[in-house]
Structure formats: structure tokens, C-alpha cells
Design a binder for this molecule. Structure first.
Ligand code: SF4
Ligand code: SF4
Length: 440
């Protein structure tokens, strides 16, 4: 429902009208500066962004993505410039003299250090002498400029503002219960009325750490919009890229089949669904298992880890204690166990039938040399089940498979035996390690 209301709001919003369809470079002149600010952060979001492949940061900054403006990245850890040279473009942007469009990216939560009670600083960039004279500052030329200062100074002029990671989006771990910094997410800091200079509210790409591709993909779509070659993409009512965060992680989980069949892991490392050892996937919006953590590889459950809800605004407090089964799983998991135990047996039966050539059924033998050769004989219960199964399967259509029963066995079947080739001397290397298909 929230998603629908966000869609209908779009028609009213200023960014719904343009610049898509307008002239190229509507807001950019072919270059967009990206100012990267770090608040209360572990820098994991930077690491994730650097690992992105679709598109990679290298392509964005080298300007070799067709039609996208070239990105001039100002990142504290990736810059060639140091000291005043590095901070100077920040000052120009805050003062309105940069002469180019810019996007502000915030990593890490924002400490509550603007208030008198907490005056001091927890995260900073440059010193007071680097600060625009046109803006109020009370901290003196030698005092560090707080990240929270840069944010309020740069936000109004930014063409778009993107919060990357759960700390910047919703406060995350630095804002967990008991924090002494008063940390908060960017929406809380700037307030609900904030719009960028192009009318766009804060864009949130959560995750701890986020999927790097989620960020670079969102940034490049925003750049397309600023360049005038595409619409602003769909965001939900919390500013998340809708196509990335619409679905629960459970829906695309590689272990979802286990959940449905009611088979659950008892300890970390087990293959089965992880809900009973603390997975919150069924109620968490995240795309990591379909997208992969880096280069389409890995991602929590793909690597055997339970979801602890790190993309969600309630993280971490509402998902703790970690690795304890969520209360709701007692109901849904219990239902799955009952339903799944029956369904599983029926599926094994179908699998057993489908795992046998019609020829093997006729010959009542499976010509496998893999140790546990079995007869393709059907037990009486199997026969009853298969009879009704086939009735349903071919109801209203023709059962061509019946003709298999009349098919004579091929004359050259089992040719080595027919020719009297002696295989007695072969070495029994397989031992007893093999499993039958039923056991598997
Ligand atoms: S591991 Fe988690 S996300 Fe995957 S199927 Fe189980 S509950 Fe769902
Ligand atoms: S699956 Fe859960 S823990 Fe893993 S990234 Fe997504 S939200 Fe975070």
C-alpha cells in the first residue's frame, strides 16, 4: 500500500515533470561532482561501493559509460589531493561557487553534535579555515569542521542526496540503544521537508554493509535523470530504490525450498533453512541473495548466514538477540513442518519415478555401475500412488507414455555381456561411499 501511495505522490512531485525528455545535460554539463561524507561509520559502505561491478566505480569516474555524465569523486580515502586542496571543492560547493552540479553521498550515521549539550565532534573533515565565510560557524579556524556541519551546508545545493548503508539511512549500529552520540540517520537529521535543489527527497540505499551494485546502480540512474536521458527511477515511501527493496529476501533465498518442505537447520553450517537459528528473512526487504554480495557471488544465506535484518530501519535493536529464532517462525515454521513432511514424501515418490527411464521400468533393472545398482521394481504402495498420480497428470489428455510398456527391449542392450567381454578384472574403486538416489 505504501508503495502505491509513493507512486501517486510522484505525479505531484516536481521531479515527475523533468528533466527527462529535455535536452541532454539538463542539469549537468556532462560532469557531476560526488561529495562523499563519512559520519559514524566503519567505512564498510566505501568498501562495498568499490567492489561494485554493475556499474563499477572506475567506469563512473572515467566517464566511459555512454550518455552518463562523468563523475568527479571527492572521497576522503580515495583522493589524490590532501589537506586544503582536498577540502577546497567542498567549500566551493557549500558556498555555491563550484560551477557544476553535485551529488552528496553520506556514509555513516550523523552524531547529535550540533546541540550545546553535545557540542564537540565525533566525525569531521577539514578545519574551520576551510569553511565558507558566508556560512555561520562558531568553532574557530583551527577547530575541525564536523561532518554534521558539511551535511547541512551541502544538502540544499545538492542535485541529489544519497544515504548509503544502514547507519546513514536509519541510524544503524551507532544509533542502537544506549549510544552516547545521539546518532541518527540522514532523514532524521535533515527532516521530512528536505528536497534537493532538483526537488528530490533523500534517496536511501540501506544495508550493513550494502550491496555495492545497489548503490552504483542507483547513482547511475540518478545521473541519467540529471543528464536528462531518463526518468527518476521508482522509490518506495522510505526513499529506497523500489526495484531493489520491494521483495523479502526469503522469496529469493536458495534455502526457500527447505522452508517450504519444513526442513530446518539445527546449527550453523547445516544446509537447511536457517529460520530456527535466527533467520528473519521472511520479513526483511533485501535483494542480496539474488544479486550477490560482490560480483554476483555470495550473500548471506548463499554463504550459510542467517538474516539479521541489517537493511531494515529497526536494525539492530528490533532484530536482537541475533541468532535466536524470530517469534513468528514458531507458527509459520510449525505449519511448514506438518505440511512439508507430507509434501516431501510425495515429491520423493515423483522423483523416484522420474529418475528412471521407461526402458529401465520395462527391464526392471538399472544398468548403472555406480555401486548400489537397484532393481527398477516398484513396491505395491508405489504402484498405487503412481496409478493415481498418472490419472491426474493425464486427465483430459493422452498418455503417450503407455506405449512404452509395449516397446520391446532393444536387442543390443547390455552388449558387453552379450559379447562375453570379461570385466571381472576391473578394480572396485568405488567402495561403499555411494548413495542411492533415494538416499540422496
Ligand atoms: S534461510 Fe531465512 S530467508 Fe532463507 S528460506 Fe530460511 S527463513 Fe527464508
Ligand atoms: S540478508 Fe539480511 S543480514 Fe543479509 S544483507 Fe540482507 S538484510 Fe542484511
Amino acid at each position: 500500500m505504501a508503495w502505491k501511495s509513493a507512486r501517486s505522490n510522484r505525479e505531484e512531485a516536481p521531479w515527475a515533470q523533468g528533466p527527462s525528455g529535455g535536452p541532454r545535460g539538463a542539469f549537468t554539463d556532462g560532469v557531476v561532482h560526488v561529495f562523499w561524507l563519512s559520519g559514524m561509520s566503519c567505512d564498510g559502505c566505501s568498501v562495498s561501493a568499490l567492489g561494485a561491478v554493475h556499474p563499477p566505480v572506475e567506469s563512473l569516474v572515467s566517464g566511459n559509460i555512454p550518455f552518463l555524465p562523468k563523475v568527479v569523486l571527492h572521497h576522503p580515502m580515495l583522493a589524490d589531493d590532501v589537506g586544503r586542496d582536498f577540502v577546497e571543492p567542498f567549500r566551493q560547493a557549500a558556498e555555491g561557487t563550484l560551477g557544476a552540479a553535485y551529488v552528496m553521498v553520506v556514509e555513516g550515521s550523523i552524531p547529535d553534535d550540533q546541540t550545546l549539550e553535545r557540542s564537540g565532534q565525533y566525525a569531521a573533515l577539514g578545519v574551520g579555515a576551510d569553511w565558507p565565510r558566508s556560512l555561520p560557524s562558531s568553532r574557530g579556524p583551527e577547530q575541525p569542521v564536523r561532518t554534521s556541519d558539511w551535511i547541512w551546508a551541502l544538502a540544499p545545493g545538492a542535485a541529489a542526496t544519497i544515504a548509503i548503508g544502514t547507519c546513514a539511512t536509519w541510524g544503524g549500529i551507532p544509533a542502537a540503544a544506549g549510544n552516547i552520540t545521539g546518532s541518527m540517520g540522514l532523514m532524521d537529521y535533515l527532516g521530512r521537508d528536505y528536497r534537493s535543489s532538483k526537488g528530490v527527497p533523500i534517496i536511501n540505499v540501506p544495508g550493513c554493509a550494502p550491496v555495492g551494485d545497489n548503490f552504483t546502480e542507483t547513482l547511475s540512474m540518478v545521473l541519467q535523470y540529471l543528464e536528462g536521458i531518463g526518468p527518476l527511477p521508482d522509490f518506495d515511501d522510505l526513499g529506497r530504490p523500489a526495484w531493489q527493496f520491494e521483495q523479502t529476501v526469503h522469496r529469493h533465498c536458495p534455502k526457500a525450498g527447505y522452508y517450504e518442505e519444513g526442513v530446518f537447520a539445527e546449527e550453523p553450517g547445516d544446509n537447511q533453512c536457517l529460520v530456527e537459528i535466527g533467520c528473519w528473512g521472511p520479513v526483511v526487504q533485501c535483494n542480496i541473495v539474488e544479486r550477490g554480495a560482490i560480483n554476483h557471488m555470495g550473500g548471506c544465506m548463499v554463504a550459510g548466514g542467517a538474516c539479521i535484518g541489517c537493511t531494515m530501519p529497526g536494525f539492530p535493536d528490533k532484530y536482537s538477540p541475533f541468532y535466536k529464532s524470530p517469534p513468528g517462525s514458531a507458527i509459520s515454521g510449525g505449519v511448514s513442518k506438518v505440511y512439508g513432511s507430507g509434501i516431501r514424501r510425495l515429491r520423493r515418490m515423483s522423483m523416484k519415478t522420474g529418475n528412471s527411464e521407461p526402458l529401465w521400468d520395462n527391464a526392471q533393472e538399472v544398468p548403472t555401475g555406480w555401486g548400489l545398482a537397484r532393481e527398477a521394481r516398484q513396491e505395491p504402495l508405489d504402484k498405487v500412488n503412481i496409478f493415481f498420480y498418472k490419472k491426474l497428470q493425464y486427465n483430459g489428455t493422452v498418455h503417450h507414455g503407455k506405449r512404452n510398456k509395449k516397446q520391446p527391449l532393444p536387442g543390443s542392450r547390455d552388449i558387453l555381456r552379450q559379447k562375453g567381454v570379461n570385466l571381472e578384472a576391473s578394480v572396485p574403486v568405488l567402495g561403499e561411499k555411494l548413495k542411492s538416489r533415494e538416499e540422496i
